[in-house]
Ligand binder design. Structure first.
Ligand code: MRU
Length: 349
């Protein structure tokens, strides 16, 4: 059963993209107009749009915007070269979530494969970005339907970061599971980790779920073990930024700690993610590049410093949860144990 949810972080307005500005939620809900590929690259880097599938779809629109800007290319070869150069820049804005690389490469491969004039190719890229947006919502609804099966009656679901409508084209992956489970059983509830340093759990997950009237309790990151030991958490569902073929999963920093606590307390731990988050070029998570972000994210909260000057800072934005801590990976085609993932993905199930 699908839950009605209308949050759409990425919208195409005919000649530009409108992004919900995720840096100002929950204080404000406003959109930002993105008219050039460079503005899109900045929006992804500055996290106006964030979340693996959402930056993938945004990247696809970035290529479509670039194509409109490159209509004055000398010939098709020059056009493709300019797109490729731009694609390198766009993909480097956020290095961990593989969906961005997947979507940009898909668009550039499409441009290369198309016969026709430059403006026809540009039109094809715009149509394909729109298709990817619609498909992402459908994929999330399927993830939700599959995932709802693992949520026990009346369960409390713990989630980390924001893997919701805001992190995708709509509906969400982990929160897609929550939404579909809630549609069937309105007695379920969510515990949302705050998710330092950028507080996606407090600012975004809590905002989405309160909007949808799904009962939600906000906890700080260090509290998850406490509540698991007291038997308050029935299942953990998180998203994924890059999943290796063996199931090792990169997700927001702190996810690994939640998985360790879940293992210690026999709480099932699921990753909900589309195939576009699976990096078929890597066997394990050992070589997943981990984005290091600005130290200000750790030293400041809401523009105010929270520590003495001179203290050393380190700020990895993601960690990798080894497959052995993951009960299952919820995808658009079904739920797989990490050991079954490679076969499912490579056989094209
Ligand atoms: O740094 P962010 O906010 O882009 O990190 C987002 C996450 O870690 C999400 O859990 C992940 O992208 C999955 S989103 C469906």
């Amino acid at each position: 059963m699908t839950f009605e949810s209308n949050i759409r972080p990425i919208q195409w307005s005919g000649d530009h993209v409108k992004l919900i500005d995720q840096t100002v939620i929950p204080y404000e809900c406003k959109t930002v107009d993105i008219k050039t590929w460079k503005e899109m690259a900045d929006a992804i880097r500055d996290m106006i749009v964030r979340g693996a599938p959402a930056i993938g779809v945004s990247g696809a629109f970035g290529v479509a915007l670039a194509a409109r800007e490159f209509l004055d290319s000398k010939d098709n070869e020059d056009f493709i070269q300019r797109l490729e150069l731009m694609g390198q820049y766009l993909k480097a804005t956020r290095p961990t979530a593989v969906n961005l690389m997947w979507a940009v490469d898909k668009q550039i491969d499409l441009a290369k494969s198309m016969a026709g004039s430059i403006s026809e190719i540009a039109q094809g890229l715009e149509e394909n970005a729109l298709r990817m947006l619609e498909e992402d919502i459908e994929i999330n609804q399927k993830i939700g339907e599959h995932g709802a099966k693992i949520v026990p009656q009346g369960a409390t679901i713990l989630t980390h970061c924001n893997a919701g409508a805001l992190a995708t084209a709509g509906y969400g992956t982990a929160l897609g599971v929550v939404r579909s489970a809630y549609a069937q059983d309105p007695t379920i509830q969510v515990f949302a980790d705050e998710t330092r340093p950028r507080q996606q759990g407090a600012r975004l997950t809590a905002w989405e779920l309160v909007n949808d009237k799904i009962p939600t309790t906000l906890i700080t990151d260090g509290m998850c073990g406490y509540f698991m030991r007291r038997g308050k958490i029935d299942v953990v569902v998180v998203g994924g930024d890059r999943i290796a073929l063996n199931g090792d999963t990169a997700n927001k920093i702190g996810t690994y700690t939640v998985a360790l606590a879940a293992k210690a307390h026999n709480v099932p731990f699921y990753v909900a993610a589309p195939y576009s988050s699976i990096d078929t070029s890597i066997e394990t998570g050992d070589n997943i590049p981990i984005e290091e972000r600005s130290h200000d994210e750790v030293t400041h909260i809401n523009g105010k410093t929270v520590c003495p000057e001179g203290v050393n800072i380190i700020n990895p934005a993601f960690d990798v949860t080894p497959a052995e801590y993951i009960t299952g990976i919820i995808t658009e085609t079904g739920i797989y144990a990490p050991s079954e993932l490679k076969q499912a993905v490579l056989s094209g199930v």
